[in-house]
Design a protein around this ligand. Structure first.
Ligand SMILES: [Zn+2]
Length: 276
C-alpha cells in the first residue's frame, strides 16, 4: 500500500518518498519501527505516554491534533502517533551505495554516465537466469536508478519485470539503458505511469496495474500484466518450455512472446469492436 502522506512534526531526518510502500513494521515492546521500500526507517519510542492510533480516513481522532508526532496516510487508513518520547527517521545503510565498497555501476541519473558500460553490464550479468527487475536493482550493474524509475522504465519499454536477463538482446539492453537514463533524469514530481498506481487502469492498454514485493532487497515493483508481457517466461506455453523442443535462442523466445502479446492485443481490439 503506497504512502500518500507522511508528516513527522519537529523531526529533521529524511522522509519516505510519496507513493513509497511500507514494507515492515517492527515492534519491540514500546519501541515501534516502520520501514519503507525506499530505505527510510521511522523509529518511535513510546515510553509511558506514547500511543499509535489507526483511523479510517476522515474518522475523528481520539486525541487532540497538536499531540500528534507522526501522521502516515495510505489509501484508506491514517496511522497517528501521539506523545511519543522519541521520533527519528534515518536511511538504512546500503553498502552498495558506499563509494568505497567497490563494484558500483555507472550512475544513470548523471548526464555523463557511460551508457555503453551499463549495456555491457546487463548483457554480461553473472547470473543469466536472474530476472530483469532484480538485475536493475543491483547497484553493481547500474547505480542511481531508484525504485520508481525501475518500474517506470520496464513499463515504458513494455518488458515483463520477470523476463530473464539472458533472454534480452543487445538492442533490448540498449533500449532499457536509454529509457532508464531518460526516466531517472525527469523531475521528481513527474507523474507516474505504474509506480504507486496498483489497482488503477493502465494508460496504454486499460489493463489493471499490479504490485509485488520482489527480490532480496524486498523492493516493490509495479507493472501492467497486460501490456508488459514481452519475454515473460511464465506466459510461454509449457509444452514449449518442458517438451522436446526448448527454445533457448533469444530470437526464438522473442518471437514466441511477441506472438503471445500480439494475440492478446488483437483480442483487446476485438473486444473493443464487439462492445464499443
Ligand atoms: Zn497496460
Amino acid at each position: 500500500m503506497s504512502t500518500l502522506r507522511f508528516d513527522a512534526m519537529s523531526t529533521i531526518g529524511p522522509a519516505p518518498l510519496e507513493q513509497s510502500v511500507i514494507e515492515k513494521v517492527i515492534c519491540r515492546g514500546r519501541h515501534i519501527d516502520i520501514q519503507w521500500d525506499d530505505g527510510i526507517i521511522l523509529s518511535t519510542s513510546l515510553r509511558f505516554t506514547g500511543q499509535w492510533h489507526l483511523y479510517r480516513v476522515g474518522e475523528q481522532w481520539r486525541k487532540e491534533t497538536h499531540r500528534a508526532r507522526v501522521v502516515i496516510e495510505v489509501s484508506d487508513w491514517v496511522a497517528v502517533c501521539f506523545d511519543a518520547a522519541v521520533v527519528e527517521t534515518f536511511r538504512v545503510p546500503d553498502r552498495g551505495r558506499h563509494p568505497q565498497s567497490g563494484g558500483v555501476g555507472p550512475n544513470i541519473s548523471q548526464v555523463r554516465c557511460d551508457m555503453a558500460v551499463c549495456t555491457r553490464n546487463l548483457l554480461q550479468y553473472h547470473d543469466q537466469s536472474a530476472m530483469v527487475v532484480d538485475v536493475l536493482a543491483d547497484e553493481s550493474v547500474i547505480s542511481g536508478l531508484g525504485n520508481v524509475a525501475r518500474s517506470e522504465t520496464l513499463w515504458a519499454v513494455g518488458l515483463s519485470p520477470f523476463a530473464k536477463i539472458g533472454d534480452l538482446s543487445y538492442e533490448d539492453c540498449e533500449t532499457l539503458v536509454e529509457t532508464a537514463a531518460r526516466i531517472s533524469r525527469l523531475p521528481h514530481d513527474s507523474s507516474s505511469s505504474v509506480y504507486g498506481r496498483n489497482g488503477h487502469r493502465c494508460h496504454r492498454c486499460h489493463g489493471t496495474i499490479e504490485c509485488k514485493v520482489q527480490g532480496v532487497q524486498r523492493r516493490a515493483i509495479f507493472w501492467c500484466p497486460d501490456c508488459q508481457q514481452r519475454l515473460d517466461r511464465r506466459l510461454l506455453p509449457t509444452d514449449l518450455i518442458q517438451g522436446d523442443h526448448t527454445p533457448t535462442h533469444p530470437a526464438e523466445l522473442l518471437f514466441i512472446s511477441d506472438a503471445i502479446a500480439a494475440r492478446k492485443k488483437s483480442q483487446i481490439i476485438n473486444d473493443v469492436r464487439d462492445f464499443g
